[in-house]
Design a binder for this molecule. Structure first.
Ligand SMILES: [Fe+2]
Length: 134
């Protein structure tokens, strides 16, 4: 259940977090929440990138809103996610990034940082904003 249910949930969210075209920056309430939680969009982006780069082996990077309505960044191993009681980071996922090797190996081989840097170009900020609003 943990691996298959987690894998299903995580990928369903991951597909929706991306769209074609060139991504812009978050706006409105999401932009304000990111600024107040992390200082700036660039700091947020850097911390989220590090969460993905530094996850050893397979896993995910997350932006979540926690029970105190605070935005947090973290990562989980394998198919775990922040909704699980086993997770170090807990909250409702707003944005996720798959850093399993299968997500990038065909194009980027072992260059996970290059994959993450390019992934920022396809983030669907409208979807992430809608999750925050709901
Ligand atoms: Fe995956």
């Amino acid at each position: 259940m943990r691996n298959n249910g987690g894998g299903h949930y995580n990928h369903e969210l991951f597909w929706k977090c991306m769209k074609g075209g060139t991504a812009t920056k978050p706006t409105g309430k999401l932009a304000a929440a990111i600024d107040s939680s992390f200082g700036s969009f660039d700091v947020f982006k850097s911390q989220f990138t590090d969460a993905g780069k530094n996850r050893f082996g397979s896993g995910w990077a997350w932006l979540v809103i926690n029970a105190d309505k605070k935005l947090m960044i973290g990562s989980t191993p394998n198919q775990d996610n922040p909704l699980m009681d086993v997770s170090d980071i807990k909250g409702t996922p707003l944005l996720c990034l798959d850093v399993w090797e299968h997500a990038y190996y065909l194009k980027y081989q072992n260059k996970r940082p290059d994959y993450i840097n390019n992934w920022w170009n396809v983030v669907n900020w409208d979807f992430v904003s809608a999750r925050l609003d709901s």
